[in-house]
Design a protein around this ligand. Structure first.
Ligand code: EPS
Length: 387
């Protein structure tokens, strides 16, 4: 039995390193280190980041699971060292910051200092998730599956991003500005929002969107709720720091519209039979590429809402755990806005879930067997009902 593709992370924000341990990754996949490093560096960027990103220069080291640049089927340990490593010297914090893991963690682990809690809860951990997700993309690339994440909204500013943009055009438009937003007309207003928040000693959140194309039908499983693709994506994305909502396709809007305006009517285009969807097309894109928790072959579309960073330069009210008196929350160096960075995290987290679902459907120890299984399956879909 092949092991399911999974990953775990370890590491504290100011510990010596951040780690991802990826298990169940098929053998025979060429590891594109520049691709992983590019994603790590994109995660560090974006307008509104704080001082930490000037210190770090995130780069991955592969510690295991790879020989001569190709995966060998064993667990893959990915390491990204912290330059700002000073966990033992970092001061204790007795005034928890509302919105962070501080108070809940202090009560859970019975510690009057939030330090041990925030060290692990910090979004620094997303470095490991991006590394694991970018590794998973090396597998997705072998199947032509492309995943692009971007900023769809920032504070009150909403972007308009046409659904028919190709992944290359979407990524190019996104990469042309500091807020990772493909809608050029929204960029200036987004930067203004971040600028104003900084001036006010405040922070700002936003909306992230991920689109994945060339995803074959049949990933996920309606027979077992745990294996539904949309559920697995939502679980993974909700697990990202500061994410408060996840939606697939129309999401919450689907509850406000009649069925005739929600469900994606089915068509067939023989000219597109060679594509992953095997010629099946839809006349709208509201279900976000999944029905019954399975991919339909249409683009997967995921949105996530990120709350504003919980560390405020003008701190909110809190209580000192040492005295039980009300006081202002502690201030730690932080970002004003990490929405662009979060779009990179969501993108790579979704990529990992798609790779895991791909491995489930075409379960194999090696890329060669996966490819054969994938090709066999699409061939069966094309023949379906015709013989
Ligand atoms: C982050 C590293 C952290 C913060 C930020 C994101 O570094 P430091 O605490 O040393 O400044 O900049 O983390 C948070 C805002 C948070 O809430 O955890 C990173 O690598 O992304």
């Amino acid at each position: 039995m092949s092991q399911r593709l999974t990953y775990r992370t370890a590491g504290e924000s100011h510990g010596p390193t951040v780690l991802a341990l990826v298990e169940g990754f098929p053998a025979g996949v060429a590891v594109d280190l520049p691709l992983i490093d590019t994603e790590l560096q994109r995660r560090q960027g974006g307008y509104g980041r704080g001082g930490r990103m000037k210190i770090e220069h995130d780069q991955v080291t592969v510690l295991s699971g790879v020989r001569r640049g190709v995966t060998i089927g064993s667990p893959i340990a990915l390491q990204v060292p912290n330059k700002d490593s000073r966990i033992d010297e970092a001061p204790d914090i007795s005034r928890p910051r509302p919105g962070h893991a501080d108070l809940a963690g202090m009560l859970k682990w019975l510690t009057p200092s939030a330090r041990p809690v925030l060290e692990r809860a910090s979004a620094r951990e997303t470095t490991a998730r991006v590394a694991a997700g970018a590794l998973a993309r090396c597998l997705l690339n072998a199947f032509g599956i492309e995943v692009v994440g971007f900023v769809a909204g920032l504070g009150p500013v909403e972007a308009a991003v046409p659904l028919d943009l190709s992944p290359a055009d979407l990524a190019a438009a996104r990469d042309a500005n500091e807020v990772y937003c493909p809608d050029a007309s929204a960029v200036e207003a987004m930067i203004d929002v971040i600028h104003q928040a900084k001036k006010d000693g405040d922070t700002v959140g936003g909306t992230l969107e991920v689109r994945a194309v060339n995803v074959p039908p049949g990933l996920g499983n309606c027979m077992a709720w745990q294996d539904k693709l949309d559920a697995r994506i939502a679980y993974a994305v909700m697990g990202i720091q500061a994410i408060k909502a996840v939606q697939i396709g129309l999401g919450v809007e689907a509850g406000r519209l009649p069925g005739s305006q929600v469900h994606d009517e089915i068509g067939f285009d023989p000219a597109r039979e060679g594509e992953a969807a095997c010629g099946f097309v839809r006349y709208s894109d509201n279900d976000g590429g999944t029905e019954g928790g399975m991919s339909t072959g249409q683009p997967i579309r995921v949105r996530a809402t990120m709350k504003p960073i919980a560390t405020l330069l003008k701190p909110l009210r809190s209580v000192d755990l040492l005295t039980r008196t009300e006081d202002k929350a502690a201030y730690e160096r932080s970002d004003v806005c990490a929405v662009p960075a979060a779009s990179v995290v969501v993108e790579n987290v979704v990529a990992f879930e798609l790779a895991a679902a791909l491995c489930d459907k075409f379960a194999c120890d090696t890329l060669a067997e996966m490819r054969a299984s994938y090709n066999f399956y699409l061939d069966q879909v094309r023949r379906l009902g015709r013989e």
